[in-house]
Design a protein around this ligand. Structure first.
Ligand SMILES: [Zn+2]
Length: 65
């Protein structure tokens, strides 16, 4: 069984998959957050990462124009 994740090139990841259909690079070993508290923690951490990323990128775009 092969991993079902899509690569940035558009093809499917060809790595052998873990029982949940994803390879070890694409979350195959992870069960994901199991509790509501865990989900909320991940969600807030991801929002922070996204905000920092967006600030960096809008800054770069402004400098380029
Ligand atoms: Zn994969």
């Amino acid at each position: 069984m092969k991993c079902e994740a899509r690569t940035r090139a558009g093809g499917a990841c060809q790595a052998p998959a873990a029982p949940n259909g994803r390879c070890k690079l694409h979350g195959g070993r992870s069960t994901g957050p199991l509790t509501e508290e865990g989900r909320a923690r991940i969600s807030s951490a991801q929002r922070l990462r996204w905000r920092l990323w967006r600030e960096r990128n809008t800054q770069r775009a402004r400098l380029a124009s």
